[in-house]
Design a protein around this ligand. Structure first.
Ligand code: GLA
Length: 715
């Protein structure tokens, strides 16, 4: 078995390299090393566990760092360019490199040039040593006489050498997002991609684990976890070549997207973010969570607002009176904010269903005669914050906007409009449309300074893929749409840098670090049945920290309110339920649960996540979070459908301090019930809990769809 990632090519021998010089991208535990060949091309000579004192220039390798298409390579290139004279090849020679930064993040830029054409490619890497994360992207520019055409443009290229490669990918559909699937890569090329444009992540999420030699587990195995920071079509290509080497090419999907690059213009690819772990998927997730909170998610280390949403309770049937009652319920429940969902706008085409009104962002006079300002004031007077739903990139044909600006809509000439959810996508490649979308958000916020939150929705993928604005350059549409969207996000954030905004796309259609830079959280799925949510939230937990994963208690599912609440508390808790239907005990339970969550959320949001028992392998799921100084942990235990004869044993905890004494306390109990857990209210050492553990299910006959929450506190 080959042990290290680039082992095949590490036959120690005479140097192939021109200069005994290497460029090393180092994190705490990993190194990615490049060297310049005698032919002046740049090679990846190593990627894997950091190994001090190694002379990498003695390694033999043919792994070119960023392969230009059309030359001597036989497999998938990183970059394919047709020059202005029609020459479809690219050769890249090393020119120079620089490194700048500090102990927390170091950026290395490696400049490559084509010896025959004025083309420059810069490979950029930011290493985050403490989190063991690397961010890699490239910039492509030229000074040829006429434009060049790019038809492939990977963000990065990584080479691996192992006996076997195991890929874990996540697929789904509406209300069934993030199903995990692991399979061995076989010869040939394997693509995970999206062609959905606006709602790019609906069927496949832009992320993966790649395990070397054998499938990795939660705590064992050598792997990378990778994801692309891009809110549009993505493509990950995994190709095994004739020597059983694997190349991984992440980037924007080049499907229908030849890009014409003008002289002097720069094409910047989105960042590929990855982390290396030789201790399984759990470590990779913890690395990404830390990195995300510190660098990638808006206000990643700041508190989140708990909320009551009205979507499940009222859908679009509400008025000022009903909302006023819901403000009272928000207060009574004890959450921070009321979130007004879809249905508040449109006059000539009132938004009373999903067939009309999108695009006309004026408050509906029949439902809200006193406008949004009145609602904000009333909520504020009642002691709750006010948030509001928007879907600003879309239009219903039944709207004033559609009639006024037909040229602002993506639609194919000579074809019937293809509607989904009765709506069409606005043409965000057009700066005028960007301006319109920006003003929907900015004007609403300017007029109502106390709006505390926005839910930014996007409820259809892109078809009718034709931009009236781009005219002859339709192959820029997918890319320029996403860039246009980012311009709008940038402008909103320049004006409102810290307003919490939820990223939503009918559920998990937008779940990527390209957007999360501008958002505080995302809506993982419209499916809020807690049994389903255990799996969906489990899936997202591999790549996103708990404070970004919105989880609401709703009427979906027939489980107890406690089970629903315990599942939502695992991530960012909210409610979307008729509080007025609660019994007195249910209300009391919920108020107490919210108070518990306020006490525990710091650990849940910022702690290290340990997935202890997987619902994929068991009829039980157990996760725990441990804070940085290991003084507090929270453990969630969920029973799925155990058989009567099934016995649940002790669970050994992780991440505690072996030398500390911990008090174990079951919390979130329903009023009138008590903990029967043998460990409840007892004190154990961290060593005991991590070696012998305790049984959160407490033995006996396991009850289906039941749950337990434990607060574990150092004495
Ligand atoms: C999408 C969202 C829901 C809700 C509706 C409103 O489906 O995911 O949460 O906001 O739109 O139309």
């Amino acid at each position: 078995m080959r042990l290290l990632l680039t082992a095949l090519c590490m036959l120690y021998g005479a140097s192939l390299f021109a200069q005994n010089k290497t460029i090393s991208i180092d994190t705490k535990n990993s190194s990615l090393v490049f060297a310049v060949g005698k032919n002046e091309r740049l090679y990846q000579v190593y990627f894997g566990r950091k190994t001090a004192g190694t002379d990498y220039t003695k390694f033999k390798t043919t792994h070119e760092a960023y392969i230009g298409g059309g030359l001597d390579d036989w497999f998938e290139p990183a970059l394919r360019m047709v020059h202005n004279d029609g020459n479809p090849s690219l050769e890249l020679h090393y020119q120079s490199h620089t490194s700048t930064g500090n102990a927390d993040s170091i950026q290395t830029d490696i400049v490559l040039k084509d010896p025959a054409y004025p083309v420059e490619v810069v490979l950029h890497f930011t290493a985050f040593p403490n989190e063991d994360v690397i961010k890699a992207w490239s910039t492509i520019s030229h000074n040829e006489k006429k434009p060049v055409v790019l038809s492939q443009y990977a963000s990065a290229l990584l080479h691996f050498d192992a006996d076997q490669y195991w890929l874990t990918q996540f697929h789904g559909d509406w209300a069934k997002e993030m199903n995990m699937e692991e399979s061995r890569l076989t010869n040939g090329i394997h693509i995970i991609d999206s062609k959905l444009g606006t709602r790019a992540d609906f069927y496949r999420a832009p992320l993966f684990f790649l395990s070397l030699n054998q499938p990795s587990t939660e705590n064992t195995g050598e792997l990378i976890a990778g994801t692309l920071a891009w809110t549009g079509n993505f493509r990950f290509a995994f190709e095994i070549d004739r020597l059983n080497s694997l190349r991984v090419l992440p980037g924007i999907n080049n499907y229908a997207s030849d890009y014409t690059l003008q002289p002097g213009e720069t094409f910047t690819t989105p960042a590929f973010i990855y982390t290396y772990s030789n201790a399984g998927k759990g470590q990779a997730s913890r690395n990404l969570h830390k990195w995300a909170r510190n660098y990638a998610v808006l206000d990643g280390n700041q508190p989140r607002l708990t909320l009551l949403n009205n979507w499940e309770a009222t859908e679009m049937n509400f008025n000022e009176n009903i909302l006023s009652g819901l403000f009272d319920q928000t207060k009574q429940l004890g959450v921070d904010m009321f979130l007004l969902d879809d249905g508040w706008f449109g006059n000539n085409h009132p938004r009373n269903g999903d067939t009309a009104g999108l695009g006309d962002w004026q408050p509906n006079k029949a439902k809200l005669p006193n406008g949004i300002g009145h609602l904000v004031q009333e909520a504020t007077a009642k002691g709750v914050k006010f948030g509001i739903w928007l879907e600003p990139e879309m239009v219903n044909p039944k709207s004033d906007l559609y009639n006024k600006h037909p040229d602002w809509i993506l639609r194919l000439p000579n074809r019937q409009e293809h509607l989904e959810r009765n709506q069409l996508v606005l043409d965000l490649t057009n700066p005028q449309v960007q301006d319109f979308v920006y003003h929907i958000v900015a004007d609403l916020l300017d007029e109502n300074k106390d709006i505390a939150y926005i839910k930014w929705d996007c409820n259809r993928p892109m078809t009718n893929t034709y931009s009236p604005y781009l005219k002859q350059q339709q192959s820029h549409l997918y890319i320029d749409y996403t860039r246009g969207l980012y311009k709008v996000f940038e402008r909103v954030r320049a004006k409102y840098p810290h307003l919490p905004i939820m990223l939503c796309s009918g559920g998990g259609g937008r779940t990527d670090y390209g957007a999360l830079k501008y958002f505080t959280e995302f809506w993982p799925s419209d499916n809020t049945d807690p049994l389903e949510r255990i799996f969906i939230q489990w899936g997202y937990s591999y790549f996103f920290p708990a404070n970004t994963i919105a989880a609401h208690v709703t009427n979906w599912g027939k489980q107890s309110l406690k089970f629903k609440t315990d599942v939502a508390m695992m991530d960012k808790l909210g409610y979307d339920i008729k509080v007025s239907d609660f019994t007195a005990k249910e209300l009391q339970f919920s108020q107490q649960a919210i108070a518990n969550y306020k006490r525990l959320s710091e650990v849940i949001w910022k702690g290290d996540l340990y997935r202890l028992v997987s619902p994929y392998d068991n009829q039980r799921a157990v996760v725990m979070y441990v804070n940085d100084d290991k003084t507090k942990a929270v453990l969630f235990n969920y029973h799925l459908y155990p058989r009567r004869a099934e016995v649940f044993y002790n669970v050994t905890l992780q991440g505690l301090d072996p030398n500390k004494q911990y008090h174990v306390k079951e919390t979130n109990l329903f009023p009138g019930t008590q903990s029967h857990n043998a460990a409840n209210d007892k004190v154990y050492s961290g060593a005991y809990l991590m070696n012998i553990g305790f049984n959160p299910s407490n033995g006996g006959t396991p009850e289906v769809l039941s749950s337990h929450v434990f607060e574990i506190t150092a004495e």
